[in-house]
Design a protein. Structure first.
Length: 401
């Protein structure tokens, strides 16, 4: 294909030129005496992305799944009770990973299209007088359904009840794109990955861990080796690693973090909201609905769009890829075929997204879906046009606009 890559999946996301340039460098000595000059400030700056001053950052060569594993194996013991909820493929997979580590998971079943059930969590925690629940899991952004959960509300429930469980958050498809406040929300472990809001290739699990969660590792008996916080703590303190670090990814991370901090996190979140809102307008323009059942669940990083009865969202994604070279997210597991997903996170702007919307429209029409040509694109354009940053114009132009 000519032109740029048409990736409208919710990760991996586009890697900005500046990040690609930072990665494109010769091999280097991972035990060089001046390595800490690079790594120690990087750790401090990554913490800012989590909005934490008190937490400790861990960067593992891994995907996000390894981050889930690091979170539980460093803090819990076999048989420990964990409160979680299942409302999409990724919340499901974290539960599955906990169960495979012999944790006793109370998995609250939630209709797909809703998020973390705060009231049910409150009931379960209130009933747990003996404080047997050792960890509470929240998937801040369920990538399979395009649903964002209220982490602060879960924290409040735990505080109101004085429940001492650890609060663990999957922020793989939210951190660095949707507001996340590690310290303010009292999160004990936040897990992220490099290939979404961090705008890097896949390959890093990026965690932030509270002092309380770090202390929990002293009693935690789950087996761990590669993901052991202790080994990282010992070596990271001086700016080194317990095994060969992925130096190229770390240089990419340096560039990505610089870009995020230069833009300003609040601006990054506002950009994601605005891009997402344009997509939501397009979905209404098509006469379709989101899998997310209410606006409070709307995700600013991915929209899962329900296809009309009789159509298959995965066929749509396949056709768009084969015919137009454009990638959309598939419907996964319970919602396979019922939705297709548009990822709108990372290095994107309001001209890239209408190209994805245009491709989606073409593919929908190719499949015979009752969608009017241009209806979604026009709705998004109007939203982007009328919410664009004001610029100084000459008098004539100002009158025309
Ligand atoms: C919310 C969420 N959690 C966890 C994961 C797993 O991350 P990875 O595929 O990087 O292992 C993903 C992947 O898309 C995700 O979207």
């Amino acid at each position: 294909m000519h032109g740029t890559n048409s990736l409208f999946i919710p990760g991996p996301t586009n890697v900005p030129h500046r990040v690609r340039q930072a990665i494109d460098r010769p091999m280097e000595d991972q035990r060089a005496p001046d390595l800490p000059d690079f790594t120690l400030p990087l750790y401090e700056d990554v913490k800012k992305i989590f909005k934490s001053t008190k937490g400790q950052v861990f960067i593992f060569p891994s995907s996000g799944t390894g981050g889930w594993e690091a979170a539980i194996t460093n803090t819990l013991s076999p048989g420990d009770k964990v409160l979680a909820s299942r409302f999409g493929q990724f919340s499901h997979l974290w539960i599955d990973l906990c169960q495979r580590h012999a944790l006793d998971v109370d998995a609250v079943e939630v209709p797909w299209g809703e998020g973390t059930p705060v009231e049910t969590y409150a009931e379960r925690l209130a009933a747990d007088k003996g404080h047997e629940i050792k960890a509470v899991l929240v998937c801040q952004n369920e990538t399979a359904t395009g649903v964002t959960s209220d982490v602060a509300a879960v924290r409040k429930v735990m505080d109101d009840l004085g429940h001492p469980a650890l609060l663990m958050v999957d922020g793989v498809s939210s951190i660095a794109s949707i507001d996340f406040r590690m310290d303010e929300w009292g999160v004990d472990i936040a897990v992220s990955g490099s290939q979404k809001g961090f705008m890097l290739p896949a390959g890093l699990a990026i965690l932030c861990v509270s002092e309380k969660a770090l202390a929990a590792r002293k009693q935690a008996k789950l087996y761990r080796c590669y993901f052991d916080f202790d080994d990282m703590i010992k070596t990271n303190a001086d700016g080194f690693f317990p095994y060969t670090p992925p130096m190229h990814m770390l240089h990419g991370l340096r560039a990505a973090v610089d870009m995020l901090l230069e833009e300003g996190l609040e601006n990054v979140f506002a950009r994601h909201y605005r891009l997402a809102e344009g997509v939501r307008r397009a979905v209404s323009g098509w006469g379709l609905t989101l899998c997310a059942k209410e606006p409070k669940w709307h995700s600013d990083t991915v929209s899962a769009i329900c296809v009309p009865d009789g159509f298959d969202g995965n066929e749509l994604a396949k056709l768009a890829y084969l015919r137009y070279g454009m990638s959309f997210g598939l419907g996964l597991s319970k919602v396979a075929g019922r939705v297709f997903r548009i990822g709108h996170l990372g290095d994107l702007n309001e001209f890239m997204l209408p190209s994805g919307l245009s491709g989606a429209e073409m593919a929908m029409r190719d499949l015979g879906m009752p969608v009017e040509a241009g209806s979604g694109v026009a709705a998004a354009q109007e939203y982007y046009r009328t919410t664009a940053r004001p610029v100084p114009l000459s008098k004539d132009l100002a009158q025309a606009s």
